[in-house]
Design a protein around this ligand. Structure first.
Ligand SMILES: [Zn+2]
Length: 157
């Protein structure tokens, strides 16, 4: 059995700016309206539910609120060199140098802020934060960059 949470329908969305170093078009700073989705696959428990998804909705809403109207900066090991000093974030990447006010940035522990890496990061965080019943077999997180295009990551529990 599957539970599905659709971020567009539930208004679990946020607007943010990012850049994908080295990409022919997406290397330029640009923005998206993102939506976060979740799918849970497992069996019904004694209460005839796979699980109570209230906590998952709250978790995803907190992430959406935290990232809303920020520049998503890739702070994980990888392509960009990120330095925070004097309330400023300096990013050196692929021959470009950005400087943003620190309060405008969300530094995320990913090598690049692609929908793929964001879905993986959010899923691993969700699995750490939320206790899933033993009857749940797998959890997936979807990150859309605008309607109709996004990436999904699935982990077996
Ligand atoms: Zn983009």
């Amino acid at each position: 059995m599957k539970l599905k949470l659709n971020g567009w329908d539930l208004s679990i969305t946020f607007a943010a700016a990012h850049f994908i170093p080295g990409h022919h078009k997406c290397a330029r700073l640009h923005g998206h309206v993102y939506a976060l989705h979740c799918e849970i696959e497992g069996d019904e428990g004694d209460d005839h539910m796979v699980m109570d998804f209230t906590e998952i909705k709250r978790f995803l809403r907190d992430i959406a609120d935290t990232l809303d109207h920020h520049v998503l900066v890739p702070g994980g090991d990888g392509i960009a060199k990120v330095e925070v000093k004097d309330e400023e974030v300096h990013v050196d990447v692929a021959g470009k140098r950005y400087m943003f006010p620190a309060e405008d940035c969300a530094i995320i522990d990913v090598p690049t802020t692609s929908a793929e890496e964001l879905s993986k990061f959010i899923l691993d965080w969700l699995i750490k934060e939320v206790k899933f019943p033993e009857t749940v077999r797998s959890v997936s997180i979807g990150v859309d960059e605008g309607k109709g295009q996004g990436a999904w990551c699935t982990r077996d529990l």
